[in-house]
Design a protein around this ligand. Structure first.
Ligand code: SOE
Length: 393
């Protein structure tokens, strides 16, 4: 255990920058951590916005040049919250400079980038430097509990994995063309943005890897206003604004084979009106079933075939008790948590792993595996021969 604080640089000031800032601020206040955390510097492209973010979020300094920041001797951890097109460059520079790295998901925009990052992370690990990818939902207590229950073997042989991630923030065809709709910046659309989360959860919870997919991608709205007012992730285009092409998928569906013999069905869309953040996963095994829906994030549904006949049924486990993952540090039993807490738990686990010199998951290798699934989905969706036409009579 070291007595020197961990000095953190965070790159990115938008949604994820705010979520991670909050996590760095709160983690040492709610959890017993082996190291103090110093929120040293936040980095953004726009000096004014970055200074405002530093003031509001509690960073000591604001900076605009990430290259200079990752080289600084007084930085130990680099937290990457930028769009996917800059992840590789920043992560490689930070790892080469000996900094621990937390990188937002998806790890990269292509398999080649992700694999180079995974190689660099493996190499850095030999020097005691850690790298972690921010698949935050793993650390939502109910999801962590689900993984624990499955790891205890309570489901028996896993037969089905059913995962959906449904949002609706681009349902309006006049919502503006933001970076998440630009392939250059984001890599892909619903597939990489939210499909990556359920691929990661499914592989982690089932302790099994996807080995093959059959997929379809669809872009329902192919052009959008280039200017507009952002509201949350979506918003409304300015009236009469020029329209530019949407270069990513709006929705992705695929079936999957897992290496434990399970069959998977996946759906990711940001156009399911009324579904706000329905990140759902259900596993059916030979002995039990278990299901989670982020819209009811403090609950799990569990069915056991061992329960007395006549009293069988899905039971609702309220995941708010001190014996559940992460919860003993929070509120008295029965009081739930929110979206932001998973990011706090990420920081808690990362700080503890850095101090202990132990591995931290998801590793860049785990995240590169997700990236290979994303690429396989795109390849499959681009191959018309996988479709059998239904004749009209
Ligand atoms: C947008 O779809 C988004 O913010 C994702 O980028 C996040 O990863 C997810 O947690 C919530 O939705």
């Amino acid at each position: 255990m070291s007595t020197t604080p961990l000095r953190v640089a965070l790159i990115g000031t938008a949604f994820m920058g705010r979520a991670h800032s909050q996590a760095w601020r709160v983690a040492p206040r709610m959890f017993e951590l082996p190291r103090d955390v110093e929120m040293s510097v936040i980095v953004g492209r726009d000096a004014g916005r970055t200074e405002a973010a530093a003031r509001q979020q509690g960073w000591h300094e604001a900076a605009t040049d990430w290259k200079q920041v990752v080289e600084r001797d007084d930085i130990d951890v680099v937290d990457i919250c930028t769009p996917g097109d800059s992840h590789e460059e920043i992560a490689l520079a930070a790892l080469a400079a000996g900094k621990h790295v937390l990188c937002e998901k998806p790890l990269a925009n292509t398999v080649a980038e992700a694999e180079r990052m995974a190689d660099a992370a493996r190499d850095a690990a030999t020097r005691g430097v850690l790298a972690m990818c921010g698949f935050s939902y793993r650390r939502t207590p109910a999801v962590a509990l689900m993984q624990r229950i499955v790891a205890q073997g309570r489901l028996g042989d896993i037969r089905h994995v059913r995962a959906q991630y449904l949002q609706d923030w681009i349902s309006d065809p006049d919502a503006p063309l933001t970076w998440r709709l630009d392939k250059e910046k984001a890599g892909s659309g619903a597939l990489g943005d939210i499909g990556a989360h359920i691929i990661d959860s499914a592989q982690w919870i089932s302790a099994s890897l996807i080995t093959a997919v059959s997929a379809q991608l669809r872009t329902f709205v192919t052009s959008r206003p280039v200017q507009g007012e952002s509201v949350g992730l979506g918003g409304r285009g300015a009236s009469g604004a020029e329209r530019g092409p949407v270069t990513v998928d709006d929705a992705a569906v695929f079936t999957a084979d897992f290496d434990n013999g399970a069959l998977g069905v996946f759906e990711a869309t940001r156009m399911a009106l009324g579904r706000k953040n329905a990140n759902r996963i259900e596993l059916n095994g030979s002995k039990a079933s278990i299901a989670f829906d982020f819209e009811r994030m403090n609950e799990l549904e569990y069915f056991s075939a061992d329960d007395e006949t006549g009293l069988q049924g899905f039971r609702r486990i309220q995941v708010t008790e001190p014996e559940h993952p992460y919860l003993e540090a929070w509120w008295p039993a029965g009081h739930g948590l929110g979206y932001e807490h998973a990011f706090v738990h990420e920081v808690v686990d990362l700080v503890r792993a850095i101090d202990a010199g132990s591995e931290i998951h998801p590793t860049f290798d785990d995240a590169a595996q997700v990236q290979r699934v994303l690429a396989a989905v795109e390849t499959s969706a681009g191959d018309e021969s996988r479709l059998t036409k239904v004749e009209k009579k």
